[in-house]
Design a protein around this ligand. Structure first.
Ligand SMILES: *Cc1c(COP(=O)(O)O)cnc(C)c1O
Length: 499
């Protein structure tokens, strides 16, 4: 972008921004002496040309990032109704606790004897998660939900291998068609084969079809509950019994735990492994790729396979177990190690703060309010947008493009029109089982006033789609970027600033 384009595009206080490489000047933020003559010790491999980094002064760098930050939309700006993502308010108390130097400034390689408080915090969080899930063990190290899936499925694979015989050869994983993409991806990554199961017209797993597919070749079923249509799988216990009867395991994708927190313990439903997205349910900030944390709750049958490192409560107090040998001495047989260190300490601190500051009654209210808010949105929009399943939903409301399509407006057009009105769009085109899906998750942290404002905007847009589909096709008019060619961006990514 040229300086002229930048100036032309900056309007009001909406500032266009050049790339760091385009701002490049000869400035330098530091003033260092020329090195004295020295003999390089790189064996002739040292760089011969300039490194090509932009030269910038500190104020130039500060303004660059500050301007970029202003282009960001966050939960602190307004409602962020992305379904399946649980974009709730991040309480500032969590941030305060995470910044306490005793937590913020420790290093994963410092002696264990110098960080007993960190071990206690990890154990305290694990204990609360055990209580909330009704499951006996928590693997703390996974860095995200998808990583947690990998962890849980590796524990399942190890359990099957340790049983030996026919169990070790089981390759099939059953997963509903509406599953989040990470479920089949995880299974495939571990060498399993994924066999999809259809949904019924009520939006739940077709139990008859599932039962017809069950035999001793099935390693596990992966189910999301509440599912990605925002509905509770009412036959969960029957499903658990059926898979256990053929010697398989039940993996539950716990991304939607926010809807049942403090009300349902997945362990009571027969779940063997379930990841918990701390960054969804327990309010730690997320977006833009991280950081997240995806601890995995494990049943009695899988607990001993939890990965290293782990914190164990022993007679001598809490111990950090780092090696297989040490684990074996304590009766565990970890499937291995998932990452270098112990997990996302900052997220652990925030999640535990969230849990303690809410208390048991507060956490129950979280799920109650989340479900109430979603049903308020569903009921307030159902005469202008087509609900995908006409029944009470859990923490998210799912609509199809039925009425919009009739007006010649697509889900994408609708989302772009929302941007023009200053509202972040909902999740689009997911789950795949619903045509032109619009998945709205308000979360419990939106007030009634904020929901009413969102609803009135959505109603206005839905009603105007019948009159003026052309306007929708042109949206967004006011965003700094219009309709990007996302397919081209994915297929032919331009990764160098020179183009
Ligand atoms: C968010 C989500 C995941 C993946 O979690 P990440 O933390 O983003 O890796 C998996 N399944 C469902 C249903 C989700 O909503």
């Amino acid at each position: 972008m040229s300086e002229e384009t930048k100036q032309a595009r900056s309007k009001g206080l909406h500032l266009e921004e050049l790339l760091l490489f385009e701002i490049d000047s000869d400035a330098c933020g530091v003033d260092m002496d020329e090195p004295e003559d020295f003999t390089p010790r790189l064996g002739g491999l040292q760089r011969k040309d300039a490194i090509g980094l932009p030269g910038l002064s500190e104020p130039q760098v500060m303004r660059h990032y500050s301007r970029l930050a202003r282009q960001n939309y966050s939960i602190d700006d307004g409602i962020y109704p992305l379904g399946s993502c649980t974009m709730k308010h991040n309480p500032r108390l969590n941030e305060k606790m995470a910044r306490l130097p005793g937590f913020a400034d420790i290093h994963p390689l410092q002696p264990v004897s110098s960080v007993p408080g960190a071990l206690r915090l990890m154990e305290a969080l694990s204990e609360k998660l055990r209580l909330l899930t009704g499951m006996p063990a928590i693997a703390m190290t996974p860095r995200a939900g998808a990583h947690g899936e990998l962890c849980g499925m590796m524990a399942i694979r190890s359990a099957l291998e340790s049983r030996g015989g026919e169990a070790a050869g089981r390759k099939r994983i059953l997963a509903p068609e509406s599953a989040h993409g990470t479920n089949p991806a995880t299974a495939a990554m571990l060498g399993f084969e994924v066999d999809p199961i259809r949904a019924t017209s009520r939006g739940e797993i077709d139990f008859e079809e599932l039962r017809s597919k069950l035999d001793s070749s099935v390693a596990a079923i992966m189910i999301t509950n509440p599912n990605t249509c925002g509905l509770f799988e009412t036959q969960m216990i029957e499903i658990a019994d059926a898979i256990h009867d053929v010697g398989g395991y039940l993996y539950c994708d716990g991304a939607n735990f926010n809807a049942i927190l403090g009300r349902v313990r997945p362990g009571d439903l027969g779940v063997d492994a379930m990841h918990i997205n701390l960054h969804k349910t327990f309010s730690t900030p997320h977006g833009g790729g991280g950081p997240g944390a995806g601890p995995v709750a494990l049943s009695e049958r899988l607990a001993s396979f939890a990965p290293l490192p782990c914190v164990l409560s022993t007679q001598d107090g809490l111990r950090l177990i780092e090696t297989q040998a040490d684990a074996h001495e304590h009766g565990a047989s970890p499937f291995g190690r998932l990452g270098a260190f112990h997990g996302q300490m900052g997220m652990f601190t925030r999640a535990l703060t969230y849990i303690l500051s809410h208390g048991g009654d507060g956490l129950r209210q979280v799920s109650g309010d989340a479900v109430l808010n979603a049903n308020y949105v569903r009921a307030s929009l159902q005469d202008v947008l087509e609900v995908a399943f006409d029944r009470i939903c859990m923490h998210e409301a799912l609509f199809s493009d039925g009425t919009l399509q009739a007006d010649g407006v697509s889900t994408l057009d609708f989302a772009k029109a929302m941007i023009d009105r200053g509202v972040h769009p909902m999740t689009m085109y997911f789950p795949l089982v619903v045509h032109g899906a619009m998945l709205i998750e308000p979360t419990e942290s939106e007030s009634k006033a904020s929901l009413d404002s969102f609803i009135s905007l959505m109603r206005e847009l839905a009603q105007s789609s019948a009159e003026d589909k052309k306007a929708f096709a042109k949206a967004p008019l006011h965003a700094p970027r219009k309709r990007l060619d996302e397919t081209k961006a994915a297929r032919k990514p331009v990764l160098s600033w020179r183009g």
